[in-house]
Design a protein around this ligand. Structure first.
Ligand code: G3I
Length: 329
């Protein structure tokens, strides 16, 4: 039994994980990833800073390792990401480029990357985390936002998506963000803002195929009904939804009153399964993906136990719960 059971039944739903090519040489790491998942995303190595660390010189070597890992193991490869306001190379952020120069840089990067992986990526996060965290939820101030509306008609988000569609008409183009998964509860404001932004893109003919809901949440997350409602409203727009970066942190430091225990592991496992079920039950949801898969390698602090496998690659209760959920699909 593996989580790829789902992929065997239908090629339109994925169960994926972010991976880091630095660990592929560890057989426990690569074996678990390829046995249990049918889609991978590079955690870092396909980002702008990895591919165009030096202006005008494109280095695909690290991103290629993840894409080839996917290909070698008959998994789908999901691209992340071509345009983001943070983690950019210093030449880009410190370059004091004019708006027309930034348009050229953005179009050149998106076009070069999507053409290079043409036919090899099922989807790309074309733009990542553009929306501010507080009302009125304008676009965040960052290098890309120095692209002026006058010149490109709207904003840099449109520029990136239009370039992406031209470069690879078959890749599904996604907008990906955090604190936007539920259309109810504490995340409603930003979630509605993202929905409105995406809807307005569709209204003016900007090519977009789906939205990524990151879901860096926690073992206490209780907005599953809101997640379903949100996925459905995107479905009503004709868009796909990918849960892209799910992890369920257990941490007192992050505001959750959480002490790791058998009960907490069970609660975490049930929440993973409930969220997976919500994706399975929603036609628009086509990818259920965690940000990493083993507690041995997570961007989150050690001791927060966020992922389905433990530090030794042993299954936590989440794996059994998710397999049961998939078996009932
Ligand atoms: O590779 C260098 C290493 O050579 C150097 O010695 C070390 C010193 O700091 O840094 C290493 O790079 C780090 C890289 O992770 C690899 O570990 C970067 O500093 C660090 O900023 C980078 O963090 C990543 C972060 O995105 C920023 O790109 C995290 O691993 C990654 O999990 C995180 O992922 C993001 C998604 O892309 C978007 N959504 C949120 C999510 C979590 O923050």
């Amino acid at each position: 039994d593996t989580l790829t059971t789902l992929g065997d039944k239908t090629t339109t739903k994925y169960v994926g994980a972010a991976v880091n090519e630095g660990w592929f040489s560890d057989a426990s790491y690569s074996g678990t990833a390829s046995d249990y998942y049918n889609l991978v995303t590079a955690e870092n190595s396909c980002k702008f800073s990895a591919i165009q660390h030096t202006q005008g010189s494109f280095d695909f070597s690290s991103c290629d390792q993840v894409q080839k890992f996917a290909e070698d193991n008959s998994m789908a490869f999901r691209g992340h990401n071509t345009c983001w306001g943070v983690n950019n190379p210093s030449w880009l952020d410190n370059g004091n480029f004019t708006s027309p120069e930034l348009v050229d840089i953005l179009e050149n990067h998106v076009t070069t990357v999507l053409k290079y992986y043409k036919g090899k990526a099922v989807a790309w996060d074309v733009v990542n985390e553009a929306i501010s965290d507080a009302a009125p939820y304008d676009l965040k101030l960052n290098t890309w936002n120095n692209i002026t509306a006058d010149e490109v008609n709207t904003n840099y988000v449109d520029v990136a998506f239009r370039a992406a569609r031209q470069a690879d008409p078959d890749a599904k183009l996604f907008y990906n963000d955090y604190n936007v998964a539920s259309s109810q509860g504490w995340s409603q404001g930003k979630s509605d803002a993202m929905y409105n932004m995406v809807k307005s893109m569709l209204d003016r003919g900007v090519p977009i195929d789906g939205v990524g809901l990151q879901m860096h949440v926690g073992t206490g997350y209780d907005l599953v009904d809101g997640v379903k409602a949100n996925m459905e409203r995107y479905g009503d727009l004709g868009l796909e939804v990918h849960i892209t970066e799910l992890d369920l942190v257990c941490s007192q430091k992050n505001g959750y009153d959480c002490v790791w225990s058998d009960d907490m592991e069970k609660q975490q496992g049930e929440l993973y399964a409930t969220l997976l079920q919500a994706c399975l039950d929603t036609e628009a949801c086509t990818n259920f993906e965690t940000w990493g898969f083993t507690d041995a390698h997570s961007w989150l602090e050690d001791g927060t136990h966020p992922l389905p496998f433990d530090e030794n690659y042993d299954q936590k209760k989440a794996v059994g719960s998710m397999l049961d959920t998939l078996a009932g699909y």
